[in-house]
Design a protein around this ligand. Sequence first.
Ligand SMILES: Cc1cc2nc3c(=O)[nH]c(=O)nc-3n(C[C@H](O)[C@H](O)[C@H](O)COP(=O)(O)OP(=O)(O)OC[C@H]3O[C@@H](n4cnc5c(N)ncnc54)[C@H](O)[C@@H]3O)c2cc1C
Length: 180
Amino acid sequence: MTAFAERGIEWHPRREVCELDPSRKVAILRDGGEMAYDLFLAVPVHRAPAVVLESGMTVDGWIPVDPLTLETSFPGVYAVGDVAAVGTPRAGVFAEGHAAVAAERIAALIRGTTTSAQYGGRGICYLEFGREGVALVDVTFFGEQRTGSLQGPSLALAAEKGEFGASRIRRWFGREWQTT
Ligand SMILES: Cc1cc2nc3c(=O)[nH]c(=O)nc-3n(C[C@H](O)[C@H](O)[C@H](O)COP(=O)(O)OP(=O)(O)OC[C@H]3O[C@@H](n4cnc5c(N)ncnc54)[C@H](O)[C@@H]3O)c2cc1C
C-alpha cells in the first residue's frame, strides 16, 4: 500500500465495475457509483472454453479435481490450469505446478509404477515497481490456509525474473529468449 501511495495510485478492491459509458468516459460500479477514466484496461469475465463446458465435466463452470493429485471424478483423467477447480488462483505459475504433478501421475500410470507426487499449492509472482526494480510474492494456498511473503523490490529480483521467463522459453519451446 505504501508503494501505491508513493506513486499516487488508488486501490479499490471491493468496488466492482459492471458497465462502461464510453460517451462520458465513466465506469459504472455495482454499488451505483461512477469512476471517471482516460484509458480503461480490463480483463473480461473468465470462463472455461465452450468445449470444456460442453464436456459435462464441469460443476459451476469449472472441473472439480482432487487438489492433491489433479485427478477428476473420472479415474485416470486429469484437469490442470484455469479450467480446474483446485483452490489456487487462476495464474500460469499455478497451472505449471498442476501440470508437473498430473504429468508425473500419468507417466506412472503408463509405466505401471507408483508415485507420491502431490500438488502443494505454491506459486510465485513478480511485481514490476518501475525504475528496473522487481519484487517477488511467494504464496502457498493449501485448503483454507494461505501463507506468503513479499521480497524486494530489487535489481537482483529483476535479473531473477528475466531468468524465470528465459528458462520457460528454453524448456517449453527449445529456444533462447530474444530481447531485441
Ligand atoms: C491479462 C492477463 C494477465 C495475466 N498475467 C499473469 C501473470 O502475470 N502471471 C501468471 O502466472 N498468470 C497470468 N495470467 C493468467 C494465465 O494467463 C493463465 O492462468 C494461464 O494461461 C492458464 O493456462 P491454461 O493452460 O490453463 O489455459 P490457457 O493458457 O487459457 O490455454 C487454454 C488454451 O486452450 C485453447 N482452446 C480453447 N478452446 C479450444 C478448443 N475447442 N480446441 C483447441 N484449443 C482450444 C485456447 O486457445 C488456449 O490456447 C494472466 C491472464 C490474463 C488474462
